[in-house]
Design a protein around this ligand. Structure first.
Ligand code: ADP
Ligand code: MG
Length: 340
């Protein structure tokens, strides 16, 4: 992490800051004492104060018992982010965020010093923790921006200050708070409103609800999907991998990705849109594709005794993701017996 001085942390984060005698700065931030490495700041969230001694035993430079843990983490993440010259890619959308992040990290990895959010780190804890992994030489940081209601994406963007925005799709998810698809689009579009002038926004070609929010003349829009700037020309499954041919602003590219589900190809289009927005060499995008490791439970494929196949797609359930998972099962079964 780009080091933060303890005096500065005391100013940024109301609460009690306990310092190790030897420390005057911190070089990492953790909220789980088991992950503390020498020089880290341990921020006590919830009942985390009970683990302060453990954190010091593991070499923590300081322990923060904050008045408001979310605000403190936001302030820390924002301070680290402000000192970084990395491009920050913010990914939101109703579904496919984690997969798009994984695919983008895989294809960018061979070309730029990259950090990407872990697991499902996409909220007021996970986003700052990701930013607190920025090193002075990090070139690309990929953050996932989740939300359940209005204003949350905006708040995460104020911390992460993305320079490239990706919206994977707009679907009826969290309608209990957002009311309608129009509401979903408005909430996701907070990401676009937060981008700096001249930034790139990667958006689906087929999301009519999003169109009213694509009015900023000072952004560069890349549309992915049918009829878009980044589109799928062919998809072929080969030994558990997918060979996809894509067209990116008129240029053809063939990549072999380590995934089997067709819906992941849509996420790959979004990732390729962001890859191009990062101005990385297009021909180089295939280098990292086959090394992709999707986060568990997103269309994971496991062999069963007797020749069967188990598709573990149980990470989340909303109308769009259920449809995608069941569609994948139907397609992959290709006439064989299916059980869902
Ligand atoms: N582009 C997509 N369109 C429809 N469903 C998808 C898409 N990408 C992923 N899914 C479904 O959503 C599940 C969760 O995917 P994930 O990438 O973790 O999304 P998120 O981070 O937005 O929750 C997957 O296991 C799959 O069933
Ligand atoms: Mg996710």
């Amino acid at each position: 992490m780009i080091a933060l001085r303890l005096d500065e942390i005391a100013d940024l984060c109301p609460g009690r800051l306990e310092r190790a005698a030897w420390a005057d700065e911190v070089t990492g931030v953790q909220i789980d004492s088991r992950r503390v490495a020498e020089g880290d700041l341990f921020v006590a969230v919830g009942g985390g104060g009970d683990f302060a001694k453990h954190a010091f035993a593991r070499g923590a430079a300081a322990v923060l018992l904050p008045e408001d843990a979310f605000a403190s983490l936001g302030a820390l993440g924002g301070a680290v982010r402000a000192r970084s010259s990395a491009q920050v890619v913010g990914i939101t959308g109703s579904t496919g965020k984690t997969s798009t992040r994984d695919i983008l990290a895989a294809i960018v990895g061979p070309h730029a010093r990259t950090i990407a959010a872990e697991r499902n780190f996409n909220n007021e804890l996970g986003v700052p923790l990701t930013l607190c992994r920025l090193e002075p030489d990090t070139e690309v940081c990929i953050v996932e921006l989740g939300m359940r209601g209005f204003g949350q994406i905006r708040a995460l963007c104020e911390v992460a200050r993305p320079t490239i925005g990706v919206i994977t799709n707009i679907a009826p998810v969290h309608l209990e708070l957002l009311g309608s698809l129009e509401g979903v689009a408005r909430a996701k579009a907070e990401l676009l409103a937060e981008l700096p002038a001249g930034a790139s926004a990667v958006v689906p070609s087929e999301a009519p609800e999003l169109e009213p929010f694509l009015q900023r003349a000072d952004l560069h829009y890349t549309r992915f999907g049918t009829g878009g700037d980044v589109r799928l020309c062919s998809f072929e499954r080969l030994n558990g991998n997918a060979k996809v041919e894509v067209e990116i602003f008129g240029e053809r590219l063939e990549l072999t990705f380590a995934f089997g589900a067709r819906y992941q190809a849509r996420n790959a289009l979004a990732a390729l849109g962001a890859y191009r927005a990062l101005r990385l060499p297009l021909a180089g995008a295939s280098a990292g594709a086959s090394a992709l490791r999707l986060t568990s439970w997103r269309g994971e494929e496991l062999p069963l005794p007797g020749g069967g196949v188990l598709l573990n797609d149980c990470y989340n359930a909303n109308p769009l993701s259920m449809q995608a998972a069941l569609g994948d099962l139907a397609e992959r079964a290709a006439g064989r017996r299916r059980v869902a």
